[in-house]
Design a protein around this ligand. Structure first.
Ligand code: UT7
Length: 307
């Protein structure tokens, strides 16, 4: 059994902060942010929370996949910015969706979180334990950001994305995943604190480890990079995405991006981008997609999915 994505959804709160807005908050400029990151604005949750954004993205994914909430057997939420520690975000989402049959839990693998949740869903489906799984990445990072720190506050944004997977006999899926806790101090956030990051170290880690794990995945599946239709990467920095494309010797057009609009939404970035690709009609049955995530932990990985 393989999980096939039958529905996608995304939500970003209506309020956004442009680079010009941030020029009034810290010593930065629109030009610096665009050139060094590719970001122009980021959405900020004022009324919304990780729960409300997750519910909106999930409703859309279920409607899009024509799946009744009562048919969902497992809800996995990836978040580092829950509204509350208890109950878990997945249980709150379950309540609001009326997904009464579902088993629910959250997981935290930071910016690799959606990928890890997606892999967890695939593992449950492959084992035969569950057939219909809702996977959500939702983040209200604006509340974890130190708005006086120009190294981080220009990067992050709020939003949620969701996919619904159903188990089918045919389809292709494989994964690679890694963690290295020894390098964890590069990107931290205490439960009572704000995000702290050694940007250069995380940048170096990303441009080295993401192409490596994608190559590892392709080797496992005996595929070449040119066999992949789209590489859907965690949206952390335009220069990271372009560097990965270059190292894999793949034209950058096959690395879609939406950083300009959302900034880095951590575990929401891959499902938001995937939803936009689906809405634009660029995903066709049989296409091969590689998802890749990386971030705090350090944690990183890639997975192959057939659309
Ligand atoms: O989601 C996964 C986790 N996060 C990431 O993947 C982030 C990875 N890292 C990055 O994306 C980049 O390292 C940043 C965007 C965070 C920083 O870009 P950079 O090109 O690595 O800049 P830098 O830290 O090397 O700083 C270059 C200069 C410094 O000035 P000096 O020392 O050369 O005079 C910084 O003080 O740019 C300065 N700078 C800024 N200037 C204007 C740093 N932040 C800003 C800013 N506006 N916001």
């Amino acid at each position: 059994m393989v999980g096939r994505i039958c529905g996608t959804g995304a939500y970003a709160p209506p309020v956004f902060a442009s680079n010009e807005d941030l020029e009034n908050v810290v010593d930065t400029s629109d030009t610096w942010i665009r050139e060094r990151t590719g970001i122009a604005r980021r959405h900020i949750a004022v009324e919304d929370t990780a729960v409300t954004m997750a519910v909106k993205a999930a409703r859309q994914a279920l409607a899009n996949g024509k799946i009744d909430p009562e048919a969902v057997e497992l809800i996995l939420v990836s978040t580092i910015s829950p509204e509350r520690v208890l109950p878990c975000t997945a249980c709150e989402v379950q309540k609001q969706l009326g997904a009464v049959q579902a088993v629910c839990f959250d997981l935290n693998a930071a910016c690799a979180g959606f990928l890890y949740a997606y892999n967890t869903a695939q593992a449950y489906i492959r084992s035969g334990m569950y057939k219909t799984v809702l996977v959500i990445g939702t983040e209200q990072l604006s509340k974890l950001v130190d708005w006086t720190d120009r190294n981080t506050c220009i990067l992050f944004g709020d939003g949620a994305g969701a996919v619904v997977l159903t188990g089918e006999e045919n389809g292709r899926y494989n994964m690679t995943a890694h963690s290295d806790g020894r390098k964890g101090e590069a990107l931290t956030c205490r439960t009572d604190g704000k995000i702290k990051m050694d940007g250069r170290e995380v940048f170096r880690f990303a441009v080295k480890s993401v192409p490596e794990c994608i190559r590892e995945l392709l080797e496992r599946e005996q595929l070449l990079a040119e066999d992949i239709d789209y590489f859907v990467l965690h949206q952390a920095n335009r220069r990271i995405v372009e560097a990965v494309a270059k190292r894999l010797n793949v034209p950058p057009e096959r690395f879609p991006m939406n950083l300009e609009e959302y900034g880095n939404t951590s575990s929401a970035s891959i499902p938001i981008l995937l939803h936009e690709m689906k809405q634009k009609g660029i995903l066709k049955p049989g296409m091969k997609l590689v998802f890749a995530g990386f971030g705090a932990g350090l944690s990183w990985g890639a997975s192959l999915t057939e659309w």
